[in-house]
Design a protein around this ligand. Structure first.
Ligand code: DX5
Ligand code: ZN
Length: 219
């Protein structure tokens, strides 16, 4: 099994002091920083634009794992790349041409992720597995933090793991939504090696980020 990496979502952070929050995450042992970008159109919530990413970029050297929940996505890729994203993950429903979107991200020199909503089949990603760096399996409907984990998506994690193992494809499998101290074990067992977490990391144990990151990594 690959080393487990923890990617805390700043959606649950205190937005009035994002820079400090990112420093706290780094000190708490976060492997990367998950940035949820929402447009009020692809999902019913509005969050972070490229300008914010540019401003928080100087607070850490950790990888910025940027999850774009915006549609159409292509015209914004360059801006998010230049703002400081390291991994750019998009939803196939947000583009007319998945290969073109992959190429746009690669041309910016960034890692590419494809994200699947709970009801999106892995069929849409199967043909691209050897062209991308990461598959993000959503375990809640995208839009909000603090929702309940949907265990039925674990079969997709298992399936992706199986296919990539059989074909010897090196890829990260990330899971996002409702991850807590119990279900993180199931996610890892299924084959996920990057865990995103917002509310568990920021709210459990009175917001002790270090402790919460450690428990998610070890459980
Ligand atoms: C949901 C986001 C998630 C979410 C994670 O659309 O993609 O990253 O904020 O938060 P929790 O861990 O609270 O579900
Ligand atoms: Zn996310």
């Amino acid at each position: 099994m690959k080393n487990i990496q923890i990617s805390p979502s700043i959606l649950s952070a205190d937005f009035s002091q994002l820079g400090t929050e990112i420093k706290r995450l780094e000190e708490g042992g976060a492997d990367m920083i998950h940035v949820d970008v929402m447009d009020g159109h692809f999902v019913p919530n509005l969050t972070i634009g490229p300008e914010v990413i540019k401003n928080i970029r100087s607070y850490t050297k950790k990888v910025f794992d940027v999850h774009l929940m915006i549609s159409p996505v292509d015209k914004y890729i360059s801006e998010y790349a230049k703002a400081g994203a390291d991994i750019i993950t998009f939803h196939p429903e947000a583009t007319e041409n998945t290969q073109k979107t992959i190429d746009l991200i690669k041309n910016e020199g960034k890692k590419v992720g494809i994200s699947l909503k709970p009801k999106t089949s892995i069929d849409v990603v199967k043909n691209f597995l050897n062209k991308i760096d990461l598959v993000l399996i959503m375990s809640v409907e995208p839009g909000f933090s603090g929702q309940k984990f949907m265990p039925e998506v674990l079969s997709k994690v298992k399936e992706i793991k199986k296919i990539t193992k059989e074909k010897n494809i090196k890829i990260d499998i990330e899971i996002d939504g409702g991850i807590n101290f119990d279900n993180c074990t199931l996610a890892k067992k299924a084959g996920a090696n990057i865990l995103v977490s917002g509310s568990t990391i920021f709210k459990e144990n009175k917001g002790d980020l270090k402790k919460n990151i450690e428990i998610l990594r070890k459980n």
